[in-house]
Design a protein around this ligand. Structure first.
Ligand code: AMP
Length: 474
């Protein structure tokens, strides 16, 4: 196996690698780094956790580092596209670590947060842009990001970008780059659409394949439990009594399920965060950081955390709900046993999920067979909370409130009216609302007969005085 020095890396990079504690290059690094340093296009299929990020980041840093004139504004020279915000952030962190002696500016751009600070960052100049396709395209269309100076492009986890419907955006972005540039495409699997894309965008690519992705890592210990659907929460609590589960990534099928599970774990005093698409981006980032920094023991997540995310020495992955596809299964279990460490996965399989397990066994060649855990006694009293018992004030919930919902104490109008507006409003000054004050409740109680408008008791609508929160209108 060659050393990092044999790969032709610069002294500043060797110093950074030493600081990272990497002794020797991984397979993908040994193969990809010399090719990328020689400006070749690369098509890589590598199992996740193989050191893929360093394989493309180190050569890019080496191409871009060097003395620079502080009077000349930085221009974007490298673009890395990743499917999820979490992965983009992680790639940026890796770039920071590897370029600590290289004087580069690395920017990360993703949706769910304001565009304005991102535009400012671009205005002040960055060397490397990392981002998710939607926001990158948005920034290009806002004329904040110009790709005419790009020399290096990386598409990471291309198959997930395909799954998430990003491929049209990716193609539009790549069309913006007219000048010759080096492109590398990394994908865990190579479906036809990705092969076709690779054929379109790569020029005489060198192919790298590190262990077929279909093979699950053999350092993983599987524990497959047969459990009824309604007993899963109680069983999870039972398993988490085991202190050898130092950190656990629990996967649920739905966002609601993730929320409910996290709520129940927290109620039992287990330090837990949740991660799913219904949260705001700052909350997602905060949750991921807390879990990566080992400040909390459990992360309950949907499959947005199943790809590419690197959590150092994650001891357990728990499939609270079995994944819908065998590919998702491989990505989930790939969060553990990374970088040479071992790991354990607990699969909680209900009878409704048996068909999913069979598909997984067929696809992976594993022979997982669910067993009852005889040490477990179902305790329904432990499962005390449902997600909808707690008032959620997050932005998502506000959007999901039923039509006609009006928070208590909310003013009829939250802005002062302009002159004459009151008279223009049909009910004199009150913002038209669907409030059901004095009417029938939003939902009929069971057995109650539907009534026509004329049959309903005609209660007088309570008179509301005009109220305004801000300055009084003229
Ligand atoms: P990645 O596949 O890029 O997400 O990397 C997986 C993990 O391997 C990360 O925690 C990296 O810090 C670590 N890693 C990358 N390259 C090496 C190496 N040469 N030696 C040891 N660990 C590495």
């Amino acid at each position: 196996m060659p050393t990092f020095t044999d790969l032709g890396l610069s002294s500043s990079l060797l110093k950074a690698i030493e600081k990272q504690g990497y002794n020797e290059p991984t397979d993908i690094q040994a193969q990809a780094i010399p090719l990328l340093l020689a400006n070749k296009d690369v098509l890589g299929s590598a199992q996740t956790g193989t050191g893929k990020t360093a394989a493309f980041a180190l050569p890019i840093i080496q191409h871009l580092e060097g003395p620079r004139d502080p009077k000349i504004k930085r221009v974007v020279q490298a673009l890395i596209l990743a499917p999820t915000r979490e992965l983009a952030i992680q790639i940026q962190e890796n770039f920071f670590q590897y370029s600590r002696f290289s004087n580069l500016r690395i920017g990360c751009f993703y949706g769910g947060v304001s565009k304005v600070p991102q535009m400012k960052t671009l205005y002040h100049g960055v060397d490397v842009v990392i981002g998710t396709p939607g926001r990158i395209l948005d920034l290009i269309r806002s004329k904040a990001l110009h790709l005419s100076t790009i020399h290096h492009v990386v598409l990471d986890e291309a198959d997930q970008m395909l799954d998430m419907g990003f491929l049209p955006d990716v193609k539009t972005i790549l069309k913006e780059i007219s000048q010759p540039h080096q492109t590398s495409l990394f994908s865990a699997t190579m479906p036809e659409a990705i092969r076709h894309l690779a054929h379109q965008i790569l020029v005489n690519p060198e192919r790298i394949s590190i262990t077929p992705v279909e093979e699950p890592v053999d350092r993983i210990q599987h524990d497959t439990i047969a459990i009824e659907k309604n007993q899963k929460l109680s069983y999870l609590l039972h398993r988490l009594k085991d202190e050898s589960i130092v950190s656990a990534l629990v996967f649920t099928r739905t966002k609601r399920g993730a929320k409910r599970t996290a709520l129940n774990l927290k109620a039992q005093g287990i330090s837990t965060v949740e991660l799913h698409g219904n949260q705001s981006q700052p909350k997602r980032t905060e949750a991921m950081k807390a879990f990566k920094d080992k400040k909390v023991r459990v992360l309950v997540a949907t499959d947005i955390a199943s790809r590419g995310i690197d959590i150092h020495q994650l001891s357990h992955v728990i499939n609270f709900d079995m994944p819908e596809t065998p590919e998702a299964f491989l990505h989930r279990i790939g969060r553990t046993a990374r970088a040479g460490f071992s790991g354990a996965v607990i699969h909680m399989v209900s009878r409704e999920e048996m068909y999913l397990l069979k598909a997984i066994n067929r696809y992976t060649g594993l022979s997982l067979s669910p067993q009852r855990d005889h040490g477990f006694k179902f305790d329904a009293s432990l499962v005390i909370k449902r997600d909808d018992e707690q008032e959620d004030t997050s932005g998502y919930q506000r959007h999901r409130r039923p039509k006609g919902y009006r928070a208590q104490g909310q003013d009829a109008l939250s802005r002062p009216m302009f002159q004459g507006e009151a008279a223009m409003r049909p009910n004199h000054g009150e913002k038209r609302s669907f409030s059901h004050a004095g009417k029938k409740p939003f939902r009929r109680s069971q057995g109650e007969r539907s009534t026509t408008h004329s049959e309903r008791p005609q209660k007088k609508r309570p008179f509301r005085r005009f109220q305004s929160r801000g300055a009084k209108p003229n």
